[in-house]
Ligand binder design. Structure first.
Ligand code: GLA
Length: 387
């Protein structure tokens, strides 16, 4: 039994006096490549990681939810009959939003008692919030005796975050938490929501370095980027009437229309259209075992996020540069929304100790503190365990 699972069960037992009737696990994710493309209906390539949120729960006869956050010693509660978008703040807004979205879709839910614990660092760009949503979604669906297809669950969790919590996230994180398989990355077409599993070669390690930077700005910066992408589409529809999202545009088409866009909007769009191409090239490289090309595409993704999309930070750039300076590191880039959070490096197994050492010391020299470093394994998506 993993640690977080044990913590959730113990907290449940202490608070509610018996064992939970069910446990649900939903993993965090590291996005290998395809950043800020999901809400442009493009391509992404995340892996679910062997770090997860666990929910231990039992149903109630009434419509109350009592929730314990074992890792913070906090308790929250709400009634399923009084849920309203924007009406709750803090971590409980995620489970409440999920319950709200499920009921809006016609799935009547029972109240529940639950304890949550996890080892996905919060606010580090590894999707602890999607993991929290998905863990509660599958727990609640099971307790309610419903069967909901995973694709619908992904959409409902996204809706919970968009409309109830108020963050305009795309669908990558929820899809990764639900559809991933051990040893594989998940290629997602964020328009059709078709997925394809891409095996990750045994000899590589995905190393994560968390800068520890948490920016309040992140949500507003994220929503601003989304609006800029929408503006690019609006302005380009005169010339290309068929386009619905930046997904529909090739780099050549964007170049041909460059004059029609303000410089900033052009650069935002250039990131997205080139990133979509990089994802498909990265998948092809992985499939032919060409890790050198795969790593270069990761590096190019970071440059594009740094210079065109402007969502990097000096801390992330330092981590990325340090990682790349080590022989045996194929490539490195920021992962997740950016502004702070984590980078990933794709590293030859033998080079992991050297890479860890160099990344830690370079970062410490410049910023006076150490990044949190850990290797992750591509893991399977969410699971429910009945007692
Ligand atoms: C966050 C969002 C995702 C995605 C990434 C950027 O993780 O939740 O939907 O947009 O940022 O790629």
């Amino acid at each position: 039994m993993t640690h977080a699972e044990t913590r959730a069960i113990r907290a449940f037992q202490e608070r509610f006096g018996e064992l939970p009737s069910l446990r649900a696990r939903a993993p965090g994710r590291v996005n290998l490549i395809g950043e800020h493309t999901d809400y442009n209906e493009g391509f992404v390539l995340p892996i679910a990681i062997n770090r997860a949120i666990w929910v231990a729960a039992r149903p109630r006869r009434d419509r109350q939810a009592r929730l314990i956050a074992a890792d913070f010693g906090e308790e929250a509660g709400f009634s399923l009959d009084e849920l309203r978008p924007g009406g709750l703040r803090g971590w409980a807004a995620y489970p409440a939003g999920v319950a709200w979205a499920l009921e809006q879709a016609g799935f009547r839910l029972p109240g529940l008692d639950a304890a949550v614990a996890g080892d996905v660092p919060i606010g580090s760009g590894l999707s602890s919030s999607a993991a929290l949503e998905v863990a509660f979604a599958i727990a609640w669906v099971a307790l309610g005796g419903h069967t909901v297809p995973r694709l619908e669950l992904a959409r409902l969790c996204q809706r919970a975050e968009n409309e109830f919590v108020g963050v305009r996230c795309g669908i990558m994180d929820q899809m990764a938490a639900l559809f991933s398989q051990r040893g594989h990355a998940l290629l997602i077409d964020c328009r059709s929501l078709e997925t394809r599993l891409i095996p990750i070669p045994e000899e590589v390690v995905v190393l994560v370095a968390d800068s520890g930077v948490r920016r309040e700005l992140a949500a507003s910066g994220y929503n601003e980027r989304r609006a800029q992408c929408e503006e690019a589409v609006r302005r380009l529809q005169g010339r290309y009437p068929g386009i619905r999202a930046l997904r529909d545009l090739s780099p050549a088409q964007l170049e041909a229309a460059r004059e029609e866009l303000p410089e900033l909007i052009y650069r935002r769009a250039r990131h997205v259209v080139t990133e979509n191409e990089r994802v498909l090239q990265a998948v092809a490289a992985l499939e032919r075992g060409d890790l050198i090309t795969f790593g270069k595409l990761l590096n190019a993704s970071h440059e594009s996020l740094q210079l065109d999309y402007e969502v990097s930070a000096p801390e992330l750039d330092t981590l990325v540069e340090a990682a790349r300076s080590v022989p045996g590191v194929y490539g490195a880039r920021l992962t997740g929304a950016g502004f702070g959070g984590s980078i990933l490096a794709v590293v030859q197994r033998e080079a992991v100790p050297a890479a860890s050492d160099v990344i830690t010391h370079r970062y410490e020299d410049r910023f006076g503190r150490r990044p949190a470093l850990f290797a992750v394994e591509p893991d399977e998506g969410a699971t429910v365990h009945l007692q």
